[in-house]
Design a protein around this ligand. Structure first.
Ligand code: DGY
Length: 437
């Protein structure tokens, strides 16, 4: 059974790998290279085809801008089955954008640092992988310099995102209160996502108006970070995004130590870590909720909801043991009830929870992967094992879907898998989780 699942996962990944040296997340729905998808995909490839893993990361970093920025989508082709495409984003407006690739002018969670470390952990030929890491690590470091220099206006060690698509958790209910502070124009455009999956699983037209308007504001200022920080109605310190950055800092530190001769960078990384972890704990922990929350930097207040992002700091060793126990208690009470797979992406006890709709509640395999390793960090081995087993069970039950309903009993249809099918990171991370057994 395990061997069969593994074989199918490899088939999914190989079928999504493109001649241009990158992997699409899912046929039809997502026809380009996405930043954080690419990282998780490379972890899967590292388990059976090291060269593809390297190619994936190499091609992502090839699209890096001269200021260290790495875009959330690299448009490798002119495929017009996706909206909003390169003509809407117009990344070329930024003077330091890539001359080789068109892309978006927004980013996604900084996973690439810890992905390099994972590739090194998984690789059998350590010397060979270390040579690859050595050739690419400075680009990832430059990406972190970009974040600390351009996305942290108050020098807190906590970087902001200016668009919900930068968070990765695209239409989370966490953003709803920010939408209510905005009144974007009604855009006329042709949705492509809803030709690939049922509209009831995707964000609404009005939500898209907000998404497009945020891009238009950034575009109007040629994606200038200082202007965006000043003007964007959406400016958020996101616990998942910052936990990924901190985890990647830690990974870069360890990799630079292995490589040797990078004392200055190690020192800077240590300084970032100290400040980031301290302020993360001081600013983003909500003791009443027993969880980390988002902070709305534009409107100067915490966004008090519990989501799977609230638990991601476990992955980056951010809480101390006592606080980790509080977090896990919150997770089990709200998300871990009987009849539920771990871990819903949004608080199932909240009225905004929706088990079928994109990031408004379903289980995502990449978040489960983050939680699995996070729980292991603090020796919550039994719960970690439940997260691992639930992830495998969901994929076994319905296939390699983009996301899954967290309810074990879904009524007549008994369906749990939604969104795009044959989804790359579900396959890639399953390969990693199967190895952990
Ligand atoms: C989409 O089109 O929904 C993407 O997730 C944006 O990154």
């Amino acid at each position: 059974m395990k061997e069969n699942l593994r074989k199918r996962a490899i088939e999914v990944l190989d079928a999504n790998f493109q001649e241009g040296g990158f992997t699409i997340p899912s046929k039809g729905l997502y026809p380009f290279q996405w930043k954080w998808d690419s990282g998780f995909i490379a972890i899967g490839f590292a388990h059976y085809d090291v060269e593809k893993a390297k190619t994936e990361i190499h091609s992502l970093l090839d699209a890096q801008w001269e200021n260290g920025f790495i875009p959330h989508i690299v448009f490798h082709s002119d495929n017009d089955s996706y909206f909003p495409g390169p003509d809407f984003h117009q990344s070329e407006r930024h003077p330091l954008s890539s001359k080789k690739y068109r892309s978006t002018g927004m980013t996604q969670p900084p996973v690439t640092g810890f992905v390099l470390q994972e590739m090194y952990r998984i690789a059998e030929d350590k010397q060979d992988m270390l040579a690859f890491v050595k050739d690419h690590i400075d680009k990832v470091y430059a990406n972190h310099v970009y974040f600390y220099e351009n996305r942290d206006p108050h020098n807190e060690g906590l970087v902001y995102i200016y668009h919900n698509w930068e968070s990765g958790t695209d239409n989370s209910p966490v953003w709803d209160d920010i939408w209510s502070t905005m009144n974007p124009p009604e855009y006329t455009f042709e949705r492509r996502d809803t030709t690939h999956v049922d509209a009831s699983q995707r964000p609404t037209k009005r939500e898209y108006d907000h998404y497009l308007y945020l891009i238009d504001i950034a575009k109007e200022h040629n994606y200038d970070d200082a202007r965006i920080a000043e003007l964007s109605p959406f400016l958020v310190q996101d616990p998942l995004f910052n936990a990924m950055l901190i985890k990647s800092n830690e990974a870069l530190l360890e990799l630079y130590k292995l490589i040797g001769g990078n004392g200055d960078k190690e020192k800077t990384l240590q300084q970032w870590q100290k400040m980031s972890i301290r302020n993360f704990n001081n600013k983003l922990f909500d003791s009443e909720l027993g969880a980390y929350v988002h902070y709305d930097l534009r409107n100067g207040k915490p966004i008090r909801f519990v989501s799977s992002s609230s638990f991601s700091p476990l992955f980056a060793n951010i809480p101390d043991q006592e606080r980790a126990e509080i977090l896990v208690k919150t997770m089990m009470e709200r998300f871990g009830g009987e009849g539920k797979y771990l871990c819903a992406s949004f608080d199932p006890t909240n009225e905004r929870f929706n088990p079928k709709k994109y990031w408004r509640g379903p289980v995502w395999i990449n978040m489960n992967w983050v939680l699995y390793y996070g729980l292991k960090n603090y020796r919550f081995d039994e719960i970690a094992e439940r997260v691992r087993q639930d992830s495998i069970a969901l994929i076994e039950r319905d296939g390699f879907f983009e996301y899954f309903d967290c309810r074990k009993d879904t009524g007549e249809s008994q369906r749990t898998g939604y969104g795009g099918n044959n989804f790359s990171w579900s396959a890639a991370l399953l390969l990693d989780l199967l190895k952990e057994g």
